[in-house]
Write a protein that binds this ligand. Structure first.
Ligand SMILES: [Zn+2]
Ligand SMILES: [Zn+2]
Length: 159
């Protein structure tokens, strides 16, 4: 797939205060924005910028992140000392996301798509013609959410 699928790209990053550091190996230079309400709350911005890796492809140095369970389905890693958002992970998944902004060199990756666009704040974001998906486009995710919160519930912040 040419330049779009580099292999074994080693990335380093960490939180703002330096107490949590990581090294991650990715097989693609693609990142994405998630505009869902939970990601907006988690990062305090109109979207989160993430890149996906296998759970086993990240090594933490120094202190481990602390975790906030943003729903029964997922946890978000952050530094409890400085507050930097670091990761997102479904509890039953073999892959996870790290925040692009926590990389030592965020420009190593490129934006490749948009998720959670049902709550995208359009005045802040130019989609740039990239792929888009809504949170509830994933039937598997919606089924898990209904199992956790009931058939009349919809994915979103709990409070
Ligand atoms: Zn920190
Ligand atoms: Zn999201």
């Amino acid at each position: 797939m040419g330049e779009n699928n580099r292999t074994d790209l080693k990335l380093t990053g960490g939180c703002q205060c330096g107490a949590r550091r990581y090294e991650a190996t990715v097989v693609s230079d693609k990142g994405y924005f998630c505009h869902c309400r939970m990601c907006q709350k988690a990062v305090g911005h109109v979207h989160a910028a993430f890149f996906m890796i296998d759970v086993g492809a990240v090594t933490w140095f120094g202190k481990e992140p602390a975790y906030f369970h943003s729903s029964k389905l997922a946890k978000r890693g952050f530094c409890p000392d400085c507050g930097t958002p670091l990761s997102f992970q479904y509890l039953d998944a073999g892959h996870m996301d790290l925040t692009v902004g926590s990389l030592d060199d965020p420009s190593a990756l490129r934006l490749a798509g948009h998720g959670g666009v049902e709550s995208r704040v359009d005045s802040f974001v130019d989609p740039g013609g990239l792929s888009e998906s809504e949170t509830e486009d994933s039937a598997d995710y919606v089924a898990k959410w209904h199992a956790a919160y009931g058939p009349d519930s919809a994915p979103g912040p709990r409070a």
